[in-house]
Design a protein around this ligand. Structure first.
Ligand SMILES: Nc1ncnc2c1ncn2[C@@H]1O[C@H](COP(=O)(O)OP(=O)(O)O)[C@@H](O)[C@H]1O
Ligand SMILES: [Mg+2]
Length: 1107
């Protein structure tokens, strides 16, 4: 097992010494070395008893994580390495468990880490105290009050980028369970002079820069602001931007925090309006104006800014303008108005700005308190956290530093009171012998400042209230008179000659030797700042504002509440509030965090020994250690002491039954610790030397190791035994389960086997039965078969016998018949030979013929002349008869067919017959014409009025009327003509007009020529010398060539009794006028479709391309 890394004691693995009380040897060097060593190892916290010294690391260390919080939670103070959480835990627990109100006092110079420490304490307490929705809200509000107050009250100074410019004391209230209920914040004197002027290298309060960087354009516009810092006189420019600070994002954080704390939207808006107004006030400038009466007067240079401020704050412009020019003094019911010169006007302006801002700040604190105050009236436990501005020494120190440092003096005072004094008093209380330890008590310095008669503050007040001219110088004079003899007061003018020649001390200054060092104060401004005067005219003007927040900030401006009494001065106010604070702190259990600044550069890792040494000295830390050690370095009540070391002695280990003190006595005697090393107090044991404590711790550590071994041994034995017992128990359980399981298995197996055996036997039995039954069945079947066979055999035998018998009978009959035949033939042989053979032959022949004709009658084919069917020939000897019969039948049916024809039909068939004789097998066009009926008159000459003229010209019967193409003999082109054939003539007429172009008597037609191919060309040859022949032969083409040629032939034959010569040839001559032209038919391409084309090739050749 890996060793857990838990530090069990402050003394384990410590870098240097965690508690200075244990430092050996104790002197300034070792003290600083110890701090430095720890600081170098990132150990920034060191104890002096219960006081925590914190050195600012100036960088974030990983020691504030939630895990760390858990580590320190509910642990003893000395158990873990020193940490601010340990102190917080101690304080919280004694508040919760012991009902003691606590206060955490955080002190140190400016920039030493006080504010951070206070936040760490608060966040630790928030983390460890109760949880729940309501509690969490309270916590959140308490924590979120910080960013708001820091934005308005912190600023960058040369010492610290986030220096608190106000003092803050926060009481966190808890209920009896330790759950937070709420809180109350008190603020102390804001350094308001910063609003109007900042020292070199410093900034105004953060909020001004945050608004200008972070607000949206729209919001800025609403506030009448511009983003540019340089536009505002009140903003110190030389360090407007701070490294590592994001003003814009901080602005969002602040707004968010305001929301969480419970600011209403209109409140937030008003707050920012006031901030904007303050910023803009700085831009108001004045110029001198001389009056005739010699009085100086001032006038506002540019009224624009004033106008905007008035719009923003709802103040009447003229009222504010007047308030900047006049001052009204009231004395004894008399009002006197005086004009303000330029300097006074500027003073008034700045006073207004400072007052507005500081009152706004106080209002914010009051408003936050309203939100975070506890809601119940039950008794509360309180933990106060004080984070006040640290001791400050600047080049120029003014009233503010004086006040701040006074406050620190008071805190040192309370530290001394409670630690050094209290410690020593404890010894007396406990009845321990004690010799007093000397330490520097700063009560004398406090007295110098706050003494009611001779204190500096009292003197200042006196000056301020005195009638007559009062200046800072008169104040200094007074100081010189009264305080000159005080040890801690130094002034050039004082009667004491010590400083007369001290050139480092200017005349206008005085110097105080504070506990933390000498500080020189510039007397200039003390009176004014203490007076904190705001002309009544201005407060009245503010009260008149139409802006509820501003009105509320200046209640004294209300004329109804006019109070002629002077308000208390700033100094006396502060003194009073500090006194209240001190009284408050004294009622609580103090816890100290003493912050130390390791260097002046705000830099990490630098440890300036001289600087640290100075702080250690004035903080009196060494004395602190000494007091704790002089007598006794260590003390502890008896009970926890016995509890811690009881294992070192047999009597007290493991239990001591008697009183704790007796137990400790026994223990220390047993250990042999010399008597001078310890003392018994009333309730505590006091140990003088740290070494004794170390020894005790060493022994304890050793003993703890032994005990650990012992515990480990016993634990191991116990563990092994428990494990063994457990295993044994387990084994029994497992075994019983296993046995049960295996028996179950076995039983199931046997059961299974029994069933199997049973089923086999049953099966076997059943099969045996089946076999027997089958055998029986087969026997029966066999018997049946055998019987059947037997019967069959019997039957067959019988059949055979019967057949045999029949055969025998038949044979007998045949033999008998043969025998008879033989006998008859023998008897009739002489007659048969002459006639019987011929007769049988003829008879047979007759019978066959008869059969043939009878069969033929049933097999006759149809009467269609084209039916080729004829029954097959049955007998060879009838072959010729059969053919003849076929011929006769065909002729007969043809006749039958012809007999049906009318005369007209006969004519048509005759014509077709003629055509067949003329063209069949000669002209390729012929077969296509067979199916076409010959119509002759394709053109309805007599009916169609178009041909009336033609009809009138021809009075004979028209045999053919058809359109043909006449081929032009010159070029082979075709022209349509009407072709008419009458009984005596052939006529060609124009197709359109019907005019007759040629008329040829049939007797003049000698020949018709055509090709053997599939074309419709034909030439009509005319008799030479006839009238018609003068133009030459006709070359025509027609779709009905076959019909035309046939009809021409028949008509010629009937008219002239001469056969017309029809020539079928692929090359023939045609007479054209005087020439003979050869018409040649060739196989042409299919280019022109199926139409033959005619072309004149030369004088002698006309070529017809037939597809
Ligand atoms: N514990 C810390 N861890 C890291 N940085 C610290 C710590 N304490 C202080 N600082 C740094 O020092 C700066 C000054 O600390 P702050 O608490 O404001 O000083 P003070 O309030 O004493 O004037 C802080 O802004 C922070 O940067
Ligand atoms: Mg601070």
């Amino acid at each position: 097992m890996a060793k857990m890394e838990v530090k069990t004691s402050l003394l384990d693995d410590m870098i240097g010494v965690g508690d200075m009380v244990l430092l050996e040897p104790l002197n300034e060097d070792s003290f600083i070395n110890n701090l430095k060593k720890r600081f170098d190892h990132n150990e920034v916290y060191t104890y002096i008893g219960s006081v925590v010294i914190s050195i600012n690391p100036y960088r974030s260390l990983p020691i504030y994580t939630p895990e760390k919080v858990e580590e320190y939670r509910n642990r003893n103070f000395y158990e873990l390495s020193p940490h601010i959480f340990a102190l917080s835990d101690e304080a919280y627990r004694s508040l919760r468990d012991q009902d003691k109100d606590q206060c955490i006092l955080i002190t140190g110079e400016s920039g030493a880490g006080k504010t951070e420490a206070s936040k760490l304490v608060m966040s630790y307490v928030a983390a460890v105290c109760g949880k729940g929705a309501e509690v969490n809200q309270v916590k959140e509000q308490l924590l979120q009050s910080n960013p708001v107050l820091e934005a308005f009250g912190n600023a960058k100074t040369v010492r610290n980028d986030n220096s608190s410019r106000f003092g803050k004391y926060m009481d966190i209230e808890f209920d009896f369970k330790g759950d937070p209920l709420g809180g109350v914040i008190s603020n102390y004197l804001l350094e308001k002079s910063r609003v109007v002027k900042q020292p070199r290298g410093e900034r105004n309060f953060h909020i001004f820069y945050q608004i200008l960087s972070g607000a949206s354009e729209e919001f800025l516009c609403k506030l009448k602001l511009e983003r540019d810092f340089s536009r505002y006189n009140y903003l110190g420019l030389d360090s407007a931007r701070v490294n590592g600070v994001d003003d814009a994002s901080n602005f969002r954080t602040v707004r968010n925090a305001m929301q969480i704390v419970g600011f209403m939207d209109h409140e937030t808006q008003s707050v920012f309006e006031v901030v904007a107004a303050v910023l803009k006030l700085g831009n108001i400038e004045f110029k001198p104006e001389s009056r005739s009466n010699g009085l100086d007067e001032s006038k506002i240079k540019d009224k624009n800014e004033l106008k905007e401020i008035c719009e923003l704050t709802g103040i009447d412009q003229s009222v504010l303008e007047r308030a900047f020019s006049f001052r009204t003094v009231e004395a004894k019911q008399e009002k006197v108005s005086t004009t303000l010169n330029v300097a006074q006007a500027y003073y008034a302006r700045d006073a207004l700005a400072k007052n507005l801002y500081s009152r706004l700040f106080s209002w914010l604190v009051t408003r936050i308190n309203e939100s975070i105050k506890a809601q119940t009236k039950v008794r509360k436990k309180v933990m106060g956290v004080l984070d006040i501005y640290g001791f400050e020494i600047f080049e120029d120190n003014s009233f503010e530093q004086f006040i701040i440092n006074y406050c620190n003096e008071k805190l040192q005072q309370i530290f001394i009171e409670l630690t050094l004094k209290e410690e020593q008093e404890e010894y007396i209380r406990e009845g321990i012998e004690w010799t007093h330890i000397e330490y520097f008590n700063n009560a004398i310095i406090c007295d110098l400042i706050e003494n009611n008669q001779t204190g500096i503050l009292a003197m200042l007040d006196e000056e301020c209230l005195r009638p007559g001219t009062v200046t800072d110088d008169t104040f200094l004079e007074k100081l010189n008179q009264v305080c000159a003899t005080h040890q801690h007061f130094e002034s050039r003018m004082s009667k004491c000659s010590r400083f007369l020649n001290d050139t480092s001390l200017p005349h206008s200054c005085f110097r105080i030797q504070h506990y933390a060092g000498k500080v020189m104060y510039q007397v200039e401004g003390f009176v004014d700042k203490n007076n904190d005067l705001l002309y009544r005219d201005l407060s009245q003007a503010m009260w008149k504002a139409n802006h509820s927040l501003i009105k509320a900030l200046f209640p004294e401006g209300n004329p109804a509440k006019i109070n002629l009494k002077r308000p208390p001065t700033a100094g006396s106010q502060f003194k009073a509030s500090v006194a209240t604070l001190m009284k408050n702190l004294q009622t609580k259990n103090p816890n100290y965090i003493r912050c130390i600044k390791p260097n002046d550069k705000k830099a990490a890792h630098i440890f300036n020994e001289a600087l640290v040494c100075h702080q250690i000295r004035y903080l009196g830390l060494l004395e602190n250690v000494r007091v704790r050690r002089a007598g006794y370095a260590f003390r502890q009540p008896y009970e926890p002491c016995l509890e811690r070391y009881k294992m070192l002695c047999k009597q007290t280990w493991p239990h001591w039954r008697g009183p704790a003190r007796a137990g400790v006595e026994v223990l220390f005697n047993e250990l042999g610790i010399p008597e001078e090393e310890f003392s018994f107090g009333r309730s505590k044991i006091f140990i003088r030397n740290p070494r004794t404590l170390f020894k005790l711790e060493d022994l304890r550590k050793q003993r703890l190791e032994d005990l650990a071994t012992l515990i480990e041994k016993i634990y191991r034995g116990w563990k092994c035994r428990t494990r063994f017992l457990l295993m044994k128990k387990c084994q029994v359980v497992i075994a019983s389960w296993y046995r049960r399981y295996s028996q179950q298995k076995k039983y199931q197996k046997i059961k299974g086997s029994a069933i199997t055996v049973q089923s086999y036997i049953r099966g076997w039995k059943a099969r045996k039965l089946l076999r027997e039954l089958k055998h029986l069945k087969r026997c029966n079947e066999a018997a049946t078969v055998i019987a059947a066979y037997w019967h069959g055999t019997q039957a067959r035998r019988e059949l055979k016998r019967l057949k045999e018998e029949a055969r025998r009978k038949h044979a007998v009959a045949v033999i008998w018949a043969y025998w008879l035949g033989l006998k008859v033939r023998r008897e009739y042989r002489k007659f048969f030979r002459a006639n019987a053979g011929r007769k049988i032959y003829e008879f047979t022949l007759q019978r066959l013929m008869q059969k043939y004709f009878l069969e033929m009658k049933n097999k006759m084919p149809s009467l269609s002349p084209i039916d080729k069917n004829w029954p097959a020939r049955p007998y060879l000897f009838l072959d010729s008869t059969h053919k003849e019969l076929k011929r006769i039948f065909h002729l007969w049916r043809c006749k039958k067919y012809r007999d049906q024809f009318t005369d007209q039909q006969k004519l048509i068939y005759e014509e077709k017959l003629e055509a067949s004789e003329l063209f069949k097998d000669k002209k390729a066009l012929y077969p296509a014409s067979v199916g076409q009926p010959f119509q002759g008159a394709y053109l309805e000459i007599s009916e169609n009025p178009k041909y009336k003229k033609l009809k009138d010209a021809v009075d004979e019967k028209i045999i053919i009327a058809e359109v043909v193409n006449k081929i032009n003999r010159a070029n082979g082109k075709a022209a349509s003509r009407i072709f008419l054939l009458t009984k005596n003539n052939v006529l060609l007429a124009d197709q359109k007009s019907g005019t007759i172009k040629s008329e040829v008597p049939l007797g003049d037609v000698t020949k018709v020529s055509m090709s053997s191919q599939n074309d419709g060309f034909f030439a009509v040859h005319l008799k030479e010398g006839s009238e018609a022949a003068s133009k030459g032969d006709f070359l025509l083409s027609s779709d009905h060539l076959i019909e035309m040629a046939t009809k021409l032939y028949r008509t010629t034959l009937s008219q002239t009794k001469q056969k017309l010569n029809i020539e079928i040839s692929d090359e023939f001559l045609v007479q054209f006028k005087q020439d003979k032209v050869c018409v040649k038919f060739i196989q042409g391409s299919q280019k022109n479709g199926n139409i033959p084309t005619c072309k004149r090739k030369n004088n002698r050749l006309l070529e017809v391309a037939v597809p």
